[in-house]
Design a protein around this ligand. Structure first.
Ligand SMILES: [Zn+2]
Length: 333
């Protein structure tokens, strides 16, 4: 009796240390025998002068598909002691890298390198505008780069903590006749961006909902990479990021009666509905019931990403249909 009470107590202690969920049911607790099973096999580690390396992917995708560990292992070297890495990685872990954020530099190539490597602002990668095969890495992927600033997406804030930032050399926009004219991205540069994003997204299993424009996560302040950035092409040709299904968009469009929409669109009830839909999709927004500046900028960011032909910040029928189609395809759980 005393023994079994001890084991139950031990189980609870071990279990409650390892999880944030409060275990209330005794039957949910791991059985003590689980702690006596054989130890996991030791993965092969290559040792050389520069450090320790896993030579194969030692993750177990059937248990946790997010433990892939390639390349070098960064760890402690406490004086007088030896760190043993033979049982690393533990199954209970995941990557810190949850997002890929795309930017344009609004500078030429030379200035981009100088600013991003010598000043407080930085990015993990810089995609240049030359036809070579080079892409510059400026920050270790395991470290934070300073590219996102004050930022939000769905439940996450301060996306510098959890993202890989990619800056693309591009001149941004010029104001002409009250309109913003954005510089296009050459084909060879888009191919570089696509290959880079695909590689990063695959390694960290970053979902399509988390591959975003800077303007998506900081709509009030930022316009980059702007409406010239070909999100649809990246989705169609490389399977990168989000895009709506045309048929679903048409279905939502067919449900809208233009005459009614024209009246409803400025009612507080509709505006709140639209603001809730934008928030649900991921944008940070206040449900004010008016087309305030923050909401207009959010719509502009949304259009720049998903309806780049017209990014006037006005919730028209097509924008509304696309937003609903996207919310259906990429539900925010
Ligand atoms: Zn940016």
């Amino acid at each position: 009796m005393r023994n079994s009470l001890y084991l139950i107590g031990l189980s609870f202690l071990l279990f409650s240390c390892g999880t944030q969920k409060v275990a209330t049911k005794l039957k949910d607790l791991p059985q003590p025998s689980a702690y006596n099973t054989p130890l996991p096999p030791k993965p092969q580690i290559k040792h050389d002068i520069l450090g320790d390396y896993f030579t194969i992917n030692i993750a177990d995708p059937s248990k946790n598909d997010n433990t892939i560990s390639y390349g070098s292992i960064v760890g402690a070297e406490p004086q007088g002691y030896k760190i043993t890495r033979d049982y690393f990685p533990a199954l209970g872990q995941n990557f810190r890298q949850k997002y890929i954020i795309l930017h344009y530099t609004a500078l030429d190539g030379r200035k981009s390198v100088n600013v991003l490597s010598k000043q407080a602002v930085s990015a993990h990668y810089l995609v240049n505008d030359s036809t070579d095969v080079e892409i510059y890495q400026l920050v270790d992927e395991n470290k934070r780069a300073y590219h996102a600033g004050v930022s939000n997406w769905r439940k996450d804030t301060n996306l510098n903590d959890t993202s890989i930032g990619i800056e693309i050399v591009n001149n941004g926009f010029k104001e002409m006749g009250g309109k913003r004219i954005y510089a296009p991205f050459p084909d060879f540069q888009i191919k570089k961006v696509a290959a880079l994003v695909k590689d990063i997204a695959n390694r960290y299993q970053i979902p399509p909902t988390n591959i975003l424009a800077h303007s998506d996560i900081a709509s009030a302040r930022k316009q980059d990479p702007g409406p010239q950035f070909p999100w649809k092409r990246l989705y169609d040709e490389y399977g990168i990021g989000m895009w709506y299904d045309e048929a679903t968009k048409q279905m939502f469009l067919s449900q809208i009666i233009p005459e009614t929409f024209a009246i409803d669109v400025n009612s507080p009830a509709f505006i709140i509905k639209a603001q809730i839909a934008l928030k649900l999709f991921g944008y940070s927004l206040t449900e004010s019931g008016i087309w305030d500046d923050a909401t207009k900028k959010t719509i502009e960011a949304f259009q720049g990403h998903f309806r780049p032909q017209n990014f006037d910040g006005i919730m028209d029928m097509e924008t509304w249909a696309i937003l609903q189609a996207l919310n259906q395809k990429y539900p925010n759980k």
